[in-house]
Design a protein around this ligand. Sequence first.
Ligand code: LRH
Ligand code: MN
Length: 384
Amino acid sequence: MTTDIKAALRALHIETPSWAYGNSGTRFKVFAQRGVPRDPYEKLADAAQVHAHTGVAPTVALHIPWDKVADYGHLAAHARELGVGIGAINSNVFQDDAYMLGSVTNPDPAVRRKALAHLLECVDIMDATGSDTLKLWFSDGTNYPGQDDIRARQDRLAEALSAVYARLGEGRRFLLEYKLFEPAFYTTDVPDWGTAYAHCLRLGPKAQVVVDTGHHAPGVNIEFIVAFLLREGKLGGFDFNSRFYADDDLMVGAADPFQLFRIMYEVVRGGGLTAGVAFMLDQCHNIEPKIPGQIRSVMNVQEATAKALLVDRDALAAAQAGGDVLGANAVLMDAYNTDVRPLLAELREETGLAPDPMAAYAKSGYFEKIAAERVGGTQAGWGA
Ligand code: LRH
Ligand code: MN
């Protein structure tokens, strides 16, 4: 049992987002922190620290144009030298003035062409970096009833998605991300999993859905969505974070570790650990140190996954079949209430890592080094 669990945990890869290493904040303030990277190369170096101390964060998601460079092949080679790889390529059609009334759904065909050109440029960047995943999130929506035609916007969205789909090479896919609201406050053109699923189903196997855990209405049962999409073969990945209110982008598992456990249990139960599901973080460390924030987040996903793998599936199935409501619930709670930190510490030592990645990073002196080196230049951020 433990050997299999350890094998599954060793195989669990969590992708960190380049933008988590840059400055971030809210509309009220973006706080600058010492040692923050000034370019994608320095972001990769910081991401490599997370992998060096956890052993399970071997890829980094890029966001275009935040990570725009002259030579993407050179950036990918630099990543390899650092011991990491380039993960999902994230498009950005939400920060250009032209997109005020939408990007691919904009009433103006010229704006739609501009947005599509960016998405296709991101496909080229996939090819240049060896990435096999394009992540598409659209901030598109409206703020007032009547502002635009809801149905027509879906037609425009479908047209753009099929153009991108047609350009995907062999072994490539795109993940369509949904979000209930913000920045639009009346309609959002991809507001929920059903809309994303319907568009992906119509397109084909290279189109899957990404579940950002901060993008649901309060009270939504996210693990149900996970179970359903896995069953359909349409769960492409996660944007992990946590929230108390809206899209807070806090550390995954920080606000609701029990929800993260329930989600990872449906992943384990649905075969999602070996189904090419991308486990990506999508977070902003507005006030906490960035690299430790990522290390802690990776550990939170590891702990939730370890607990999910500990669920006694036979006992659970027997209790469920027998209608033993409390018994079945108790089986899941036993796993959730198990302290898996000793198991994970042991696993890290067996793979030559320090048992406590947070302490190891703090002792490494890396922060002091980058804080001293990274003086001058422009710190990376969302550039919003
Ligand atoms: C939108 C989102 C999307 C990213 C952005 C950084 O809220 O979750 O995944 O492009 O955050
Ligand atoms: Mn996201």
